[in-house]
Design a protein around this ligand. Structure first.
Ligand SMILES: C[S@@+](CC[C@H](N)C(=O)[O-])C[C@H]1O[C@@H](n2cnc3c(N)ncnc32)[C@H](O)[C@@H]1O
Length: 213
C-alpha cells in the first residue's frame, strides 16, 4: 500500500506545548486538562466520558478505518519499535486496531472505559477489559508498548506502566482535526521531558513514538 508519509521529526528538547487548542470540540479541552493538570481527571469526569462514548458506540464502526489505520501502520514501521512483549491498547473503542496490534505483541490487553464500545468489538485480537487509563489494571513496569490511538493521555500512568525500555505510541488519525488531540510536542511536554521520541505524518494522521530519555 502506498502511504503519503513525511520525514521523521526528533522530539528532544522540544520547548513547550504548542498551544494548539484550536478546536471548539469539548473533548479537546478535556484532553488538555487531563494531560497537563493534576486535577484534570475525576470520578465525575470519568462517568461523563464513559457515558458519552457509550452513546456513540452504536455507530462507531461506521467510521472509515481503512484510511485511519495508515498512521498506526507507519508508526509501527518507521517508529523504530520492535515486535513482541506485552502490549496495552488504551481506549481501544470497538477494536479497529486491536487485530493488527495483537499480531505485533506476544500478548495484548485492550482497555476502554466504555462498556458499550467494548461489547461491540468484533476483533479477536487481544483481551478486552473495562478500565480507566488513569489507573490501569496492570503492574508497574509491565508493559512493553502502550498504544494510544485517538484517546486521552495520562502521563503518570504512562511512566508507571512502561518497562524500562518500553515505548508509547501516540496516534491522532485525523491529525490536528482529531477531537481528542495533542500534538507530538504537547505529548513530549506532558511527559515532563522524561521521554524522547520521533514523530511523523501518514495520510491524514500524525503519530509519535516515545521512549525514556
Ligand atoms: C475517540 S475514541 C477512539 C477509539 C479507538 N481508539 C479509535 O480510534 O477508533 C476514544 C476512546 O477512548 C476511550 N476512553 C476515554 N477515556 C478513557 C479512559 N480514561 N480510560 C480508558 N478509555 C478511555 C473511550 O471510551 C473511547 O472508546
Amino acid at each position: 500500500m502506498e502511504i503519503d508519509v513525511k520525514f521523521l521529526q526528533r522530539l528532544d528538547n522540544v520547548e513547550v506545548k504548542d498551544g494548539s487548542v484550536n478546536s471548539d470540540h469539548p473533548m479537546r479541552k478535556v484532553t488538555y486538562q487531563v494531560a497537563f493538570e493534576p486535577t484534570g481527571w475525576s470520578k465525575e469526569r470519568a462517568e461523563k466520558v464513559a457515558g458519552l462514548f457509550d452513546e456513540m458506540a452504536e455507530t462507531w464502526k461506521d467510521k472509515d478505518f481503512d484510511s485511519r489505520v495508515l498512521p498506526v501502520l507507519d508508526a509501527i514501521e518507521r517508529g523504530g519499535i520492535e515486535r513482541g512483549g506485552t502490549g496495552l491498547e488504551l481506549g481501544c473503542g470497538t477494536g479497529a486496531y486491536s487485530e493488527l496490534l495483537s499480531t505485533h505483541f506476544d500478548s495484548l490487553l485492550c482497555v476502554d472505559i466504555s462498556f458499550e464500545m467494548l461489547v461491540r468489538s468484533t476483533s479477536t485480537g487481544g483481551f478486552r477489559v473495562r478500565g480507566d487509563g488513569s489507573n490501569l489494571p496492570v503492574p508497574t513496569g509491565s508493559v512493553s508498548g502502550l498504544f494510544c490511538v485517538n484517546t486521552l493521555l495520562f502521563p503518570l500512568e504512562v511512566d508507571r506502566v512502561l518497562s524500562g525500555d518500553g515505548y508509547l505510541v501516540w496516534v491522532s488519525t485525523s491529525g490536528n482535526q482529531t477531537p481528542i488531540y495533542l500534538s507530538p510536542a504537547d505529548v513530549y511536554a506532558a511527559l515532563g521531558g522524561k521521554f524522547v521520541g520521533v514523530s511523523s505524518e501518514a495520510g491524514q494522521g500524525t503519530w509519535s513514538v516515545f521512549r525514556r530519555r
